[in-house]
Design a protein around this ligand. Structure first.
Ligand code: SAM
Length: 254
């Protein structure tokens, strides 16, 4: 009886709270927990409607801080991880950014809102290129990005993102949103001098976020941040191409 009451109350509260208010509460929580500090990242998280990037049956939990399945054994990362990675990436207005692992398109939209702010003149806009290996996910991500109003600031490309995207290089920022055994060499080559790359690096079952800076003279400096757990980067510079089932990774991976 008490159990039923709790869930009815939770359901009622969720459905009577507008998305914008749920988003505001989530972002406040991420700030209070220290995942994010910079005002540009906070602003982007407040603007991008995460509920447009999750499957329709999960809209109800779009503003919980947890990863959610998006099909094909893949996930949209938890908001705290998106916040932390964006904070570490430190993108700026006008930047050219490469994302490896489009998934739902949500992380790409958050970065797009920073490099090409909705309220800034178009001449100042940067751009996000995002590579996804699963064609169906890439197509869904394009639809999500269009629905959320970021279709003109994010280009989704189908392919093996572990090789980067030489035709659009060099990039000011590169973000990898799947677990890599090491930082893929082509991505370091495609990073502009003064640029930064953020990626989860480690084994299939445990990684740390690494932040790699390419100095103006080409030297590489690397440091580590928090521990994370992502689905694997599969491809030439990722893990060998064994397919992974959703049941293997959800809900532990982000
Ligand atoms: N950034 C995404 C978002 O905001 O929803 C979440 C990414 S999900 C954790 C990881 C994604 O990386 C999956 O969609 C997966 O198909 C993709 N992926 C794995 N290996 C890849 C590769 N070599 N090239 C491109 N995408 C890859």
């Amino acid at each position: 009886m008490g159990f039923c009451f709790y869930f009815c109350l939770r359901w009622w509260r969720t459905w009577t709270t507008p998305f914008v208010e749920r988003r505001r509460r989530l972002v406040e929580e991420l700030v209070s927990l220290g995942f994010v500090r910079s005002s540009k990242v906070v602003r982007a998280l407040l603007r991008v409607p995460r509920h447009l990037f999750v499957p329709p049956h999960l809209v109800d939990v779009a503003y919980d801080d947890r990863p959610l399945p998006i099909g094909h054994g893949q996930t949209i990362s938890a908001p705290s991880v998106v916040a932390r990675m964006t904070e570490l990436l430190n993108p700026d207005v006008g930047h050219r950014v490469l994302e490896v692992g489009t998934g739902s398109g949500y992380q790409a939209a958050v970065i797009a809102e920073i490099v090409a702010p909705s309220d800034a003149p178009r001449e100042s806009w940067g751009h996000v290129w995002s590579v996804e290996r699963v064609p169906e996910l890439a197509e869904q991500a394009r639809r999500n990005l269009d629905a959320a109003g970021y279709g003109d600031r994010v280009t989704v490309v189908v392919g093996d993102g572990s090789r980067g995207l030489p035709e659009a290089a060099p990039f000011d920022r590169i973000i990898v949103t799947a677990a890599a055994p090491r930082v893929p060499e082509p991505l370091l080559e495609q990073l502009a001098p003064g640029g930064r790359l953020v990626a989860p690096v480690g084994s299939r079952y445990s990684q740390v976020l690494v932040v790699v800076d390419k100095l103006d003279d080409g030297r590489i400096v690397q440091r580590s941040d928090i521990e994370v757990l992502f689905v694997p980067l599969v491809g030439e510079y990722g893990f060998p191409g064994e397919e992974v089932g959703e049941e293997d990774y959800y809900p532990r991976s982000i």
